[in-house]
Each structure stands twice: as structure tokens, then as C-alpha cells.
Design a protein. Structure first.
Length: 345
């Protein structure tokens, strides 16, 4: 909890970690997502704090002192030790620029905290009449008990200094215990989670594409089989057309015979038409037979034309189906190559 008298002076987004209190080696994520981390200034107490709130819980509540140090352990990760909270905080940023901005602000706030402490000490020296010392005298340690003789005061001050030194050494040792690879792994932990989510989504999309390609492949195979059956039918018709070729040759021979016969009849008719050698009844009979032969010739020519047209139509249809089959077989091969590449990847 922080009061309304505190005002944020800088904010950024980062993934928050804390050192494992049991092992002092591993980082523990403080939240699943990036949080807002802010520098606050308490004008009443003249102190600076780093605060980050997750939901209703304060994830970070660290008062900055002049002896704190912010360390960059990788391009996107930094950490600092807080002896009051008895922990080490780690921040993973989205970019190196965000880390640099946070580190620069940490240095500025640390310097401001040092100046504020010195100013507070100077003010205490000038306004406290119980001390009764001049500005040229050397002051004892500021950690002095309000009760007890002077010897006890000095002893307690030295003990406090030793305790602070021991705490610093303990924190340094705790920071040095973690290996470089573990710190870097924790620094990239949040980015690896995002990459994993992207890979899972890509895998699902690839599986959906595979199912779609399989359905399309089955449809193409079915259509190809239908086209093959059609080609077989057309080939059988082509075989039938080969028999029709024989019929065409027979029709051609019949036409030639009919033309020769008609020519002979015409010559004979022209001879018979010369009077008085051809009787009238015989002439009419020959004209009737001539008309019949001409009708048969016309029918034979019509039948031949229809046979040729039907054959040309069938040949065109066979050519069209063959072209469609070529296109489908090419598409089928491309789909198979795509599936093979997907399986290899």
C-alpha cells in the first residue's frame, strides 16, 4: 500500500522476478504477464521507492537507498538487491532500450536519495541542540541509541556497521551464486513463452491446412478417376470409330459404284432418248430408276458427312478431356510435394 502523497516520476513495463528464497539461485516469476513498474517520490518523507502492483498485491515495494546498485545481467534483464525486503528483484524488458532507460532512472533516483539523506543529516545537525557540536567536529555514526552510556552507544553503532557489512556480503554472495546461463535463461523466459504460443498456433494452423489439403487431394483423386473412366469410354468409342472407318471405306466404294452406275445409266438414257429407237414406256422406267439412284446417292453422301462430323466431335472431346487430365495431374503432384515438405518440416 502506498499513500496518495506519493507521485509517479517514471513508469515502464517489465516482467517481474524474485530470487528463490530457498535456493538463492533460481528466479521465480512474480506474475504471468508484464506489469507496470514505477518510480515514486514521497515528498513528506523525502524518499524514493520502486513499486509494482499486480491485481491487489504489491509485487515490488522497494525503498531506494544510496548503497543500492542496479546491475544489467543481459541485454534485456537487470536486477538489484533490497536488504530491507531480504530479496533480489529481477526485471525482464521487451527491449534493450527499455532496460537502459530504467537503469538511467535508477542511477538518478539513487543520487537523489543520497542528496536527500545528506540534506536530512545536515538539517538534523543544525537544529538538534542536544548534540552541541560545531560544524568542524567529526560526527559519530548516525546509528545511535537514545538510552545508555556513551560506551554502549559506540558499541551498538559498531555492531550495526558490522551487521550492515555482513548483510552486504551475504547479498553479494547470493548474487554471485547464480550462474550466467541461469540468469540469461530467466531473462529470456517471457520471450520464450511468447514464441512457444506462436509455435503452437502455427502448428494448429498447419494441421488445419494438412486436413484441407488431404480433402482436396481426395477430391482430385476422385475427379481424376472419373476422367480416366471417361477417357476409357472415349477410347472404346475411338475403337468403334475405327470400325466406322471401315464402314466409311465401304460407303465410299458404294458411292463410286453408284456414280459409275448412274453415269452408265445416263449414257444409256441419252441414247434411248433419241427417237425412234426408245419406246416411251422404257424411257419413263429409266428416268424413274435414275431418280431413285440419285436419291440413294444423296442419302449416302449425307450419311458420310454425318459420320465424319461425329468422328471429329469425338476427337475434340478426347483432346479436351486429355488436357483437363494433364492440369489435374499437375495440381495433384504439387499437392503431394507440399505434403512431403510439410512432413519433412
Amino acid at each position: 500500500h502506498f499513500s496518495c502523497r506519493e507521485q509517479p516520476i517514471f513508469s515502464t513495463r517489465a516482467h517481474v522476478f524474485q530470487i528463490d528464497p530457498a535456493t538463492k539461485r533460481n528466479w521465480i516469476p512474480a506474475s504471468k504477464h508484464a506489469l507496470t513498474v514505477s518510480y515514486f517520490y514521497d515528498a513528506t518523507r523525502n524518499v524514493y521507492r520502486i513499486i509494482s502492483v499486480g491485481g491487489t498485491k504489491a509485487i515490488i515495494n522497494s525503498t531506494i537507498t544510496p548503497n543500492m546498485t542496479f546491475t544489467k545481467t543481459s541485454q534485456k534483464f537487470g536486477q538489484w538487491a533490497d536488504s530491507r525486503a531480504n530479496t533480489v528483484y529481477g526485471l525482464g524488458f521487451a527491449s534493450e532500450q527499455h532496460l537502459s532507460q530504467f537503469a538511467e532512472k535508477f542511477q538518478e533516483v539513487k543520487e537523489a536519495a543520497r542528496l536527500a539523506r545528506e540534506k536530512s543529516q545536515d538539517k538534523t545537525e543544525l537544529t538538534n541542540p542536544a548534540l552541541n557540536i560545531t560544524s568542524h567536529q567529526v560526527l559519530p555514526s548516525p546509528i545511535i541509541s537514545s538510552n545508555g552510556p556513551g560506551e554502549d552507544k559506540l558499541f551498538r553503532s559498531q555492531s550495526a556497521d558490522v551487521e550492515i557489512t555482513t548483510e552486504k556480503e551475504r547479498l553479494k554472495k547470493m548474487l554471485s551464486e547464480g550462474s550466467v546461463s541461469e540468469v540469461q535463461w530467466e531473462a529470456e523466459f517471457f520471450s520464450l513463452q511468447d514464441n512457444n504460443n506462436k509455435l503452437v498456433a502455427a502448428l494448429h494452423e498447419a494441421n488445419a491446412n494438412v486436413d484441407q489439403w488431404k480433402k482436396q487431394l481426395a477430391a482430385y483423386q476422385e475427379e481424376t478417376e472419373t476422367l480416366r473412366q471417361r477417357v476409357a469410354e472415349l477410347e472404346s468409342q475411338g475403337a468403334h470409330d475405327s470400325s466406322s472407318e471401315n464402314n466409311k471405306e465401304e460407303l465410299s466404294q458404294t458411292l463410286e459404284e453408284l456414280e459409275l452406275l448412274i453415269k452408265a445409266k445416263d449414257e444409256r438414257l441419252s441414247v434411248l432418248r433419241q427417237p425412234p429407237h426408245c419406246p416411251r414406256v422404257l424411257r419413263q422406267e429409266l428416268e424413274t430408276r435414275n431418280a431413285e439412284l440419285e436419291r440413294r446417292l444423296h442419302l449416302a453422301e449425307q450419311t458420310l458427312a454425318e459420320t465424319l462430323a461425329e468422328r471429329e466431335k469425338i476427337q475434340n472431346e478426347v483432346t479436351k478431356v486429355a488436357e483437363i487430365m494433364d492440369v489435374k495431374i499437375f495440381e495433384l503432384s504439387e499437392i503431394r510435394q507440399g505434403l512431403a515438405k510439410l512432413v519433412e518440416s
